[in-house]
Design a protein around this ligand. Structure first.
Ligand code: KIV
Length: 271
């Protein structure tokens, strides 16, 4: 299925125009067809096939184990559902760091095999060669700075990043480098709101925050977190719009009760 019909498709240029006119960008994660279809129909601007699928879908403790093949599987499922949103796919850990040729091959596989619109990479100066090489093939790249979960073993903790001046200075420099290299947008994760606002005002490209305050150009959350399907994760930046864990548990318990009590199926529910 391809994006077509009468809908105005979201492109990287549309995001840039949104920033220019001060319209905030709404981004959420999706890993499967059914959820992507609901999100797209709801009018989400950007869908991220995040490597958070490693946690949310596969139950791993970090984003590190997910493979390129698994990301392509998730991205292909999402692409079959989407009519309007821009779909960005994370390059997983170990498929782009320190080797720009590998990075290009990984990005090409995602674009060719899933039909996605763009890729996202974590890091600044240290991955700029990979970013540049992917961009040279005409593949749009979104950057990701601040708390970059693929580096969790370097950080040792999921606390707020760039509170100290040196780290904040490097983050601002990295953001400029990513913009100069040609990235179309950058995600800033879990940093002080003031720093998020500074980067958004200094850069022309859209800055999408997750725990980066209200002064950025858009917001992203993990869909399963904002729906309350995941329970254990509750950082300050997370607004929960539902408690689906509880609601779904209730539905499953009702079903179990109906089956056990022989109430389901009734006369009208059989042939
Ligand atoms: O993988 C992911 O879901 C992400 C978001 C947290 C931005 O990278």
């Amino acid at each position: 299925m391809s994006k077509e019909g009468n809908v105005k498709v979201v492109t990287t240029h549309v995001l840039y125009e949104m920033k220019l006119r001060g319209e905030k960008i709404a981004m959420l994660t999706a890993y499967d067809f059914s959820m992507a279809r609901i999100l797209d129909a709801a009018g989400i601007d950007v869908l991220l096939v995040g490597d958070s699928a490693s946690n949310v879908m596969a139950g791993h403790e970090s984003t590190l184990p997910i493979t390129l093949d698994q990301m392509i599987y998730h991205a292909s499922s999402v692409m079959r559902a989407v009519r309007r949103a821009l779909v960005v796919v994370d390059l997983p850990f170990g498929t782009y760091q320190g080797n720009s040729k590998l990075a290009l091959n990984s990005a090409i596989r995602i674009m060719k095999e899933s039909g996605a619109d763009a890729v996202k990479l974590e890091g600044g100066a240290e991955i700029i060669d990979s970013v540049t090489r992917i961009l040279s093939a005409g593949i749009p790249v979104m950057g990701h700075l601040g708390l970059t979960p693929q580096s969790i073993h370097k950080f040792g903790t999921y606390v707020v990043r760039a509170k100290e001046e040196a780290e904040a200075k490097k983050l601002v420099e990295d953001a400029h480098k990513l913009e100069e290299a040609g990235c179309f947008a950058i995600v800033l994760e879990k940093i002080p709101a003031k720093l998020g606002a500074q980067v958004a005002s200094e850069l022309k490209i859209p800055i999408i925050g997750i725990g980066a305050g209200s002064g950025v150009d858009g917001q992203v959350l993990v869909t399963h977190d904002m729906l309350g399907i995941t329970q254990e994760f509750s950082p300050r930046f997370l607004r929960r719009y539902h408690n689906l864990f509880a609601e779904m548990t209730g539905s499953f318990q009702s079903y179990i009760k109906d089956v056990k009590s022989k109430d389901f199926p009734n006369e009208r529910e059989q042939y």
